[in-house]
Structures are given as structure tokens and as C-alpha cells.
Design a protein around this ligand. Structure first.
Ligand code: KG4
Ligand code: ZN
Length: 340
């Protein structure tokens, strides 16, 4: 069977972004994301509100994706959707919508693992970029995930390291909250860090297994540090925000790089791909570039819109699975703790 004229709709609703995208022969024709502003005032994602917002957003978002791709829904070859992991109430919206649409259009349904999709986003065709070659190490770093995966083939993946508590994005966001920065604070820490002295303050790097991560101690350390310093100088945060952010960012980036170095040592693989919202961080990007010349690594960072939660990554997995004839039955259910 040839697959020259595939149009696959990807749908993502695992957390707080409702997203839809259309892919055609490896190329993304449209990539629409409706982010939910509602959570900012609570300082984090509220599952009940996320689910409700997905229900409001999903029809217009899908409509916009089809319109943007300039195709009619009757031209679709299949529907790929995020089955998990994620928030149950959020996953259910995308799952049931996808099932109904596939049924109505009488086309195949393809279930996608969100974590695999973050990794396979590297195979979306991008001008001037070459995809990673197998085997490679993928580090997925975001507000919901922190893991290192050994990728031997498209669907042969093994998690070799992961966080034991908070995700790295949470470490950024929770520290930022302590510093009085609005949610999500990660990008603001990055921004403030640009003007700061990264060597001014020291923060701890929790000791766990060489390829695992722990971030919950870091936010506690930041809290105690800020409390102690503001007792002596009530304006401590304002006076030192750039140096605090730069020092904090240096600690986190070094910690991520240490773990990657351990994974490279352990596996002998020097082909590295990162994904997830924290890949936008200027510190980690710089450290990866330096690792290319310092350690002979080859590194891959996708376009930012393919790093954060998006449906283009769901669509590319849909296309890869379609070509293998890997379809799912209409009995499929969402799985909050899906593992590959
Ligand atoms: O992938 P994403 O959009 O959503 C999920 O969490 O799945 O990632 C969002 C996370 C947030 O924690 C945000 O603070 C963090 O990515 N982030 C950053 C930067 N840009 C986004 N963290 C540090 N530096 C950045 N420049
Ligand atoms: Zn994600």
C-alpha cells in the first residue's frame, strides 16, 4: 500500500492546552493551540476547569486546524489523539471527541502516547533541520514531565531516568512563585537571569540515582533562603532578583546536564534530543550547544511550538502509526497513567 496522500488530524487535550493539527506527508499544514488562561490566577492547572475549557475549545480548535490546512473533514485519512498520560478529565474530552469524529467519518482512529509524541516531534519536517538518527537519547522537560528516554526506533523506547517528585518546569514555576513572579514563572526566571550573576548564590542539587531527578528539595531551599535573607533586608528579592534567577537557573541547567552526561556515559549514545516547554530555556540551549564542541554530542531542539504541548506531535505519531497499520479500536479508553 502506498501512503502518498495522507491527511491526518491530531488532537491533544492531556493537560491545559486544547490543540489540533493537520499533517500531510511529514509536513504540518496547520497547528492550532488554545491555551487556557483561566489557570494563571490559581498559580497552576485546576483539573476541573481544564476539562470544562477543553469542552468549550475543542470544536473551534479542530475547525480552525482544518480551515488552516485548507482541507475539508471528508479528506481526512485518520484521526490521532492523545490517550494519555495526563489529567483524566482533560483526556476524556479529546478521546471521546476523536472517537465520535472517526466514527462519523468512517476513518481509522489512532491512539497516541503523549510522552512518545514529545519525542517523535523531532521527526516533523522542518526546513534546515535534520531529525535525530537512531539510537538517540531524548530528554523531555516540561511542567508535567522530566525524563530521559533511550530511543532505539520510532516505537522502541525505554525510560532510563525520571523525576522522583516534581517536574523541572514545576521547579522553575514554584521557585518563581516564591520570588513573587506570576505563573508560569519559568520564562521570567530565564529573562531575569540574563542580567544576573549566576555564581552569586548556591542552591543544592539533590542526590538521587545518576539518571533520575529530584526537584522538591530545591523549592524548599529557595523558600528558606528567601525567608532568611528578607529578615535582614525586606527588599532582598527586588534588590537581587537577577542574581537569584541566574543562580537558580545555573543550578537547574547544571543538574539537567549532569543527568544527560550520566546517560551518555551509561549508554554510549551521543545523539541528544530535547523537548517539552523547558527546552525554551536559554541556559539549557546554550549548555547543549557547548556540549557539541566540548563532548562531541549532536543535539536537537525542535521549534518552540513543537516543544510545548501541541497537536503537531500527535499528528506525526499518527502518520508513523498509520504507515505501520497500527490502528486502535473504537473501544479504546483514555489512560491517565499510560506507560510505554
Ligand atoms: O510543555 P509545556 O508547555 O507544558 C507542560 O507542562 O506540559 O511546558 C511548560 C513549562 C512551564 O513550567 C514553564 O515555566 C516552562 O515550561 N518554561 C520555561 C521556559 N519556557 C517555558 N522554563 C524555563 N525557562 C523558559 N524559558
Ligand atoms: Zn507535555
Amino acid at each position: 500500500m502506498t501512503h502518498t496522500n495522507l491527511y491526518i488530524l491530531g488532537i491533544e487535550s492531556s493537560c491545559d492546552d486544547t490543540a489540533a493539527a493537520v499533517i500531510h506527508n511529514g509536513k504540518i499544514l496547520s497547528n492550532v493551540v488554545a491555551s487556557q488562561e483561566i489557570h494563571a490566577q490559581y498559580g497552576g492547572v485546576v483539573p476541573e476547569l481544564a476539562s470544562r475549557a477543553h469542552q468549550q475549545n475543542i470544536v473551534p480548535v479542530v475547525h480552525q486546524a482544518l480551515h488552516g490546512a485548507n482541507i475539508d473533514k471528508n479528506q481526512l485519512s485518520a484521526i490521532a489523539f492523545t490517550r494519555g498520560p495526563g489529567l483524566m478529565g482533560s483526556l476524556l474530552v479529546g478521546t471521546s471527541f476523536s472517537k465520535s469524529l472517526a466514527l462519523a467519518l468512517d476513518i481509522p482512529l489512532i491512539d497516541v502516547d503523549h510522552m512518545q509524541a514529545h519525542i517523535l516531534a523531532h521527526f516533523i519536517e522542518e526546513e534546515g533541520k535534520t531529525p535525530p538518527t537512531f539510537p538517540f537519547l531524548a530528554m523531555t522537560i516540561s511542567g508535567g514531565h522530566t525524563q530521559i528516554v533511550k530511543v532505539t526506533n520510532y516505537f522502541e523506547m525505554e525510560v532510563i531516568g525520571q523525576t522522583l517528585d516534581d517536574a523541572v518546569g514545576e521547579a522553575f514555576d514554584k521557585s518563581a512563585k516564591i520570588l513573587g513572579l506570576p505563573y508560569p514563572g519559568g520564562p521570567l526566571i530565564d529573562k531575569n537571569a540574563q542580567e544576573g550573576n549566576p555564581k552569586r548564590f548556591k542552591f543544592p542539587k539533590p542526590r538521587v540515582n545518576p539518571m533520575d531527578f529530584s526537584f522538591s528539595g530545591l523549592k524548599t531551599a529557595v523558600l528558606y533562603f528567601v525567608e532568611k535573607e528578607t529578615k535582614e533586608n525586606p527588599n532582598f528579592i527586588e534588590d537581587n532578583i537577577a542574581d537569584i534567577c541566574a543562580s537558580l537557573q545555573k543550578t537547574i541547567v547544571e543538574y539537567l546536564m549532569d543527568k544527560l552526561k550520566n546517560a551518555v556515559k551509561n549508554t554510549g549514545i551521543k545523539e541528544i534530543a530535547i523537548g517539552g516547554g523547558v527546552s525554551a530555556n536559554s541556559g539549557i540551549r546554550k549548555a547543549l550547544k557547548e556540549a557539541e564542541s566540548n563532548y562531541g554530542w549532536t543535539t536537537h531542539v525542535p521549534k518552540f511550538e513543537y516543544c510545548t504541548d501541541n497537536a503537531a506531535m500527535i499528528a506525526i505519531v499518527g502518520e508513523l502509526k498509520y504507515k505501520q497499520g497500527d490502528f486502535t479500536s473504537s473501544e479504546v479508553t483514555a489512560s491517565a497513567r499510560l506507560k510505554f
